[in-house]
Design a binder for this molecule. Structure first.
Ligand SMILES: [Zn+2]
Length: 136
């Protein structure tokens, strides 16, 4: 029996798998961090002194920051999915030239070719480092 959708291999199948896995782990991490924040807020250490409280606040800020970063990355993944759907994935946002596949291999969320990315960063923009480096 022929299976619909299997006749033509999707060139982005592997990428979508990578995105799915990444999205899954991001969502898990967000859920874990939110749970940790909630339980810390619900049960403050009654014997905690000012130093402990300050430490808790700093930690909460760090956690919030990490959650925000994860949410941003989820947004980038969603943007990649819509670029795949639109057929513009792998195109540089600035010069419209194809992005080096090796670059996309390292950072599937890259939106610019290496040259345009360098210009972008020099102008003060930032897109962070490739996720493999960032999350090592
Ligand atoms: Zn470019």
């Amino acid at each position: 029996m022929p299976q619909p959708g299997r006749a033509k291999p999707d060139p982005h199948r592997r990428l979508i798998e990578v995105l799915d896995a990444r999205e899954h782990s991001l969502r898990e991490r967000i859920a874990e961090r939110r749970a940790a924040l909630e339980s810390a807020a619900a049960a403050p250490d009654p014997a905690g002194d000012a130093g402990d409280i300050a430490f808790d606040h700093t930690r909460a800020e760090v956690e919030h920051d990490l959650i925000e970063r994860s949410l941003r990355e989820l947004g980038q993944i969603a943007a990649v999915r819509s670029r795949i759907a639109a057929g513009s994935y792998g195109e540089c946002l600035d010069c419209m030239e194809p992005i080096d596949p090796a670059r996309l291999e390292i950072n599937p969320l890259a939106r610019r070719c290496t040259a345009c990315q360098e210009i972008f960063e020099r102008r003060g923009g930032s897109y962070g480092r490739p996720w493999r480096e960032r999350c090592a």
